[in-house]
Ligand binder design. Structure first.
Ligand code: FPP
Length: 250
């Protein structure tokens, strides 16, 4: 029996977010340049997207490029941007066939024009797909996103369209890049690091965190399913006690 047979299909997370980590170390362990790790990481992106769609996850968010990643050597940044363009162009047909909608979070305006254009075309072409939404976090950081939301809200207050005492948690959620997308219930990070690295800080308030030692280029469908099983074995209390939860369930 594989992990899929044990997954409770009635208790799936609607949204899974992944910090794809370990490409560089994986490449080094294979005696290859870092870019080799990123190239192999694309295979894992494909596997996980396919697994998530097959299982019935509605939203999958992948942390592909953080605002901090600009400080990597220019050759690595360029290679990542190229890889993104190649992958999106190559996979657009599969996205369409599988009814997968592509979206991004992060500041697309600062991406190289070719990367931004390719993404925009793919986003537009897949806009009406309904099976699953694949969200790539690109030039994204959570602190940037929260500062951006604050600026938008401050402008509305300045214009008089919003009163300060009308600002609620929902107001903030509605001004984040993820407006309208449910918060992730599960966050996975690969490569044995146990950090959040400025990813979806607001949205993961109640997410279950799964840290796996598997390096991203080695991450396969089976690892994704194991993370889902781990999630399903946890009790999500949202600040309540176990007894309160069991009495709700009877
Ligand atoms: C982290 O490994 C990985 C990244 C910053 C980039 C992830 C990109 C891809 C998998 C390829 C393109 C993506 C898509 C969506 C087509 P790292 O470089 O931080 O590894 P290290 O921690 O071992 O150095």
């Amino acid at each position: 029996m594989d992990a899929r047979d044990q997954i409770d299909m009635t208790r799936l997370p609607r949204h899974v977010a992944i910090i794809m980590d370990g490409n560089g170390r994986w490449a080094k362990a294979h005696g290859k340049p870092r870019v080799f790790g990123h190239r192999n990481g694309v295979k894992s992106v494909r596997e996980v997207t396919e697994a998530a769609a097959e299982i019935g996850i509605s939203y999958l968010t992948l942390y592909a490029f953080s605002t901090e990643n600009w400080s990597r050597p220019a050759s690595e940044v360029n290679a990542l941007m190229q890889l993104l363009v190649q992958t999106v162009r190559k996979e657009i047909k599969t996205l369409q066939e599988n009814q997968i909608r592509l979206q991004t979070i992060g500041d697309r305006s600062r991406l190289p024009s070719k990367t931004a254009r390719t993404l925009e075309e793919a986003i537009e072409a897949t806009r009406t797909n309904t099976r699953m939404t694949l969200i790539l976090a690109l030039n994204y950081s959570a602190k940037w996103e929260i500062a951006e939301a604050t600026r938008l809200i401050a402008n509305e207050v300045k214009n008089g369209t919003l009163q300060p005492d009308q600002i609620t948690e929902q107001t903030i959620a509605d001004h984040l890049n993820t407006a309208g997308i449910p918060d992730p219930e599960l966050l996975i990070r690969t490569s044995g690091e146990s950090r959040i690295s400025n990813f979806l800080l607001w949205q993961i308030a109640y997410a279950e965190l799964v840290f796996t030692p598997v390096m991203w280029p080695d991450f396969r469908k089976e690892h994704f399913k194991e993370a889902l099983l781990d999630y399903q074995h946890r009790e999500r209390r949202f600040g309540k006690t176990s007894d309160q939860l069991s009495s709700q369930n009877v």
